[in-house]
Design a protein around this ligand. Sequence first.
Ligand SMILES: Cc1ncc(COP(=O)(O)O)c(C=O)c1O
Length: 374
Amino acid sequence: MNSIPLCVPSIGEDEIQSVVEVLRSGWLAHGQKNHEFESMFADYIGSKYAISMNSCTSALHLALAALEITGEVIAPSFTFVATVNAILLAGAIPVLVDIDSDTRNMDPDLIEEAITDRTEAIMVVHYGGLPADMPRILEIAEKHNLRIIEDSAECLGGRFHGQIAGSCDVGCFSFFPTKNITTGEGGMLTTDDGKLASKVRALCGHGIDSTTFSREKESRPWIRIASRAGHNFRMSNILAAVGVEQMKKVSDLNGARQRIAARYVERLGDLDWVRFQVIPDGFTHSWQMFTVLVPRKKRDKLIGHLRRHNIEASVHFDPPIHMQPPYMDLRRGSQMEETELVASSIISLPIFPSMEQEDVDSICCVVRDFIGTD
Ligand SMILES: Cc1ncc(COP(=O)(O)O)c(C=O)c1O
């Protein structure tokens, strides 16, 4: 059997041509392509502003920095470490809570229980492409006057009751190669708040309010005024060119992911030892990952079995954050039973838009052949 990687980015001739054009143009740093990418992205999310940058981690960091959040931020323990690194490195305090093992997303009741008078924001993660319970989380945020930062790194195109993930307050997205669209490395921050957007843009580019590209239209483009101390988290024109081409295909790419996921469910649905992610009514999954829960004792053996058959199964995420050294001593917002269960029994199976239905069938045959220890 041919090997099946966990993920293959969908890069075609359009992306290659576009990059070649930018390279030939001589304008390699932040430029026209960033503006195009940002405008397409803002249209897709339905936000007033979209700011491209070098990663989702930078977007999360700048969201917190621009909002001047230094108090407690409630976040899930079941996530990639970048979610919580951004909170800590921005000078705020992560308070971790448990998830619901069906959705793998934060349990809203536990969010509410974890709120104190020091809480300033909720950092929501949409695990693997399934939006968290935003209707409840929005209610809680409003009741307690909290900001919402959506870590939508894994969710571009997921929806709840028609509303797209990342559009609630401040949305942060990743374009790492495993994500719904890619620029190699890259991120985007979305918001409707003009003041916040200007601040984020400045923080992203050395604290200077204008960009080199926008200053070219001014009478004295050589004057660069820094309104605050900032980073250089910008995305290059080269990568933004890839982003523009990817945005043209986002619906097709997500449609292909949807078909792969449906095939997995069809081929594995009768196995009583396999638990799929449960999609609540009215929610749409963007299938950045396809994960299953299997009995804890079988998990590592099944991954070994799949890998011996050249199928690159993996785990996202084990250990969870509260068991990672920098975070072990943090005050916890809840017990972590579900997080620990999910982290030790989850498997990510390959999913990417160019995957063939036959690849899914072969993977499912290998899973079905597996006889693990009970
Ligand atoms: C939930 C989550 N947050 C943040 C990130 C970080 O994204 P980036 O690699 O673009 O910084 C990831 C990346 O994999 C992620 O899965």
